[in-house]
Structure formats: structure tokens, C-alpha cells
Design a protein around this ligand. Structure first.
Ligand SMILES: O=C(O)CCC(=O)C(=O)O
Ligand SMILES: [Fe+2]
Length: 237
């Protein structure tokens, strides 16, 4: 497997060693003031900017990724600042983040296990706001061993990461390419020994504790390699 260039040396201390390569979990990456300001900007966006999906709603910024290339749209300043900050950590092997997905999850909402796929440089960076969540990781279907082996979500489940508000999570390599990630549609999360970034994320919480979810807003900041500047080159679909 091809390994990414890697984050700046000083971030090596944030690697979650118990997980598969590579996870960085950085608590308090943004301040409470930054969190409040970002949430204000998210909720100031015009209603049509939101797309309602089952289990969450989202805003797409920077353009719509497409196999033929993303028609780039100007990133607003309040998001550009974080694209720049995260790119400067060398999260995208020297490339610049140019795409942000804002996801909003009310308590009880979530996202089905999935991989982010080939339209992105294989690094996911996520700033969380408002509430914690538990991000769960699963083996892909095809790698389940043996004939007649169970293919249930439960049997494919590997481990979880506790993601606190104001943290930055970076997923690369095997964590991006192979494992699926998802968020259960539930109101509460019970910490188990499968939550691999304790105690760095847990604060005073310990295994066995139950955390109640509030509304979480996440910024998923990525680099889309294939960009086109004008519609002229799009051709027929
Ligand atoms: O909200 C998150 O942290 C995950 C979002 C996600 O997986 C996605 O938008 O592809
Ligand atoms: Fe994803």
C-alpha cells in the first residue's frame, strides 16, 4: 500500500497507535471562539445551500467532485482559513485543500458505513463542532474470510474513534483506502475498549461511560486533485 507523505513531524505525537495506519487525533485543534464563529457562519448560509439526506443534512463548498473534474467554486474566507491551516500541516502531501463538506447530525442521526472513494486525495481531515460522536470502522465485505463467513455489519466491525468537539481527525493510508467508516444512528454512545483513542479524547470519561449526543456539525476538508476551471471542457455527460 502506498503511504502518504505524512504530516509535519510535530504531529507524530498525535498518532493513534492502536488503530491501523494512519490516524491522527488532535484535541482542541480550534478554540471555543473559533467553534462559535464557524457554527455562526454555517447557520448563516442560505437555506438552499443545505441538502437534506436521510440521517443528516449537508453543505457542499468548493465545487461538486466529478470523475471528469470538479468545476471549482470560490471557497468562502471562513472556510479557506481552515483549508490553509490544515494544508500547512502537510496533510495532503503538499497539495492544498480545495473542498469542504459541512455535515450536520441531530441526535439519533448518522451516516452508513462507506469509503470516500477515488475522487479525493486519500486523506480525510475533519473538524468537529457542537457535540462528540463515535466514528466506527468496518472491514470491507470482500475481505471477510472463508466460505459462509458472516457478512453482518457486526462481524465486520473493527473499532471506533471518539471524536470530540473542536478536535481535528486525520485519516490516511489503510484507514482511507480499505476500511469503511460510519456513524450509528443513535442518541447515546457507550465507551468500550474498542474506542482506540482513549484517554486522549475522553477527558474524564472512561470505558463503560455513556455519552449523550447533541447536534454535531463537522467540516470534512479534503483535496480534490482533478479540477477544471470552465464548463467548456466538460463536454457531454
Ligand atoms: O461527519 C463525519 O465526521 C463523517 C462525514 C463523512 O464520512 C463524509 O462526509 O464522507
Ligand atoms: Fe466519509
Amino acid at each position: 500500500m502506498e503511504h502518504s507523505d505524512g504530516m509535519l513531524e510535530e504531529f507524530k505525537t498525535f498518532v493513534v497507535q492502536a488503530a491501523q495506519p494512519t490516524v491522527y487525533y488532535i484535541p482542541d485543534f480550534i478554540s471555543e471562539d473559533e467553534e462559535a464563529y464557524l457554527l455562526e457562519q454555517v447557520y448563516k448560509s442560505p437555506i438552499p445551500k443545505w441538502t437534506q439526506l436521510s440521517g443528516r443534512r449537508l453543505q457542499n463548498w468548493g465545487g461538486l467532485p466529478h470523475p471528469k473534474g470538479m468545476l471549482a467554486e470560490k471557497m468562502p474566507d471562513w472556510l479557506q482559513k481552515y483549508c490553509d491551516r490544515i494544508s500547512s500541516l502537510n496533510a495532503f502531501s503538499g497539495k492544498m485543500a480545495n473542498h469542504v463538506l459541512v455535515n450536520e447530525y441531530k441526535p439519533g442521526e448518522g451516516i452508513m458505513p462507506h469509503v470516500d472513494g477515488p475522487l479525493y486525495h486519500p486523506t480525510i481531515t475533519t473538524i468537529s463542532m457542537g457535540s462528540h460522536t463515535l466514528l466506527d470502522f468496518y472491514k470491507p465485505l470482500s475481505s471477510t474470510q472463508g466460505p459462509g463467513a458472516p457478512q453482518t455489519e457486526e462481524s465486520r466491525y473493527q473499532f471506533s474513534l471518539l471524536v470530540r468537539p473542536r478536535s481535528l481527525l486525520v485519516l490516511q493510508d489503510h484507514m482511507y483506502q480499505t476500511l469503511l467508516h460510519g456513524i450509528q444512528l443513535c442518541h447515546q454512545d457507550t465507551l468500550t475498549d474498542k474506542v482506540l483513542n482513549l484517554p486522549s479524547a475522553a477527558g474524564a470519561a472512561v470505558v463503560g461511560d455513556t455519552l449523550t449526543r447533541g447536534t454535531r456539525v463537522s467540516l470534512t476538508i479534503r483535496h480534490v486533485p482533478k479540477v477544471i476551471k470552465t464548463k467548456l471542457f466538460l463536454g457531454k455527460k
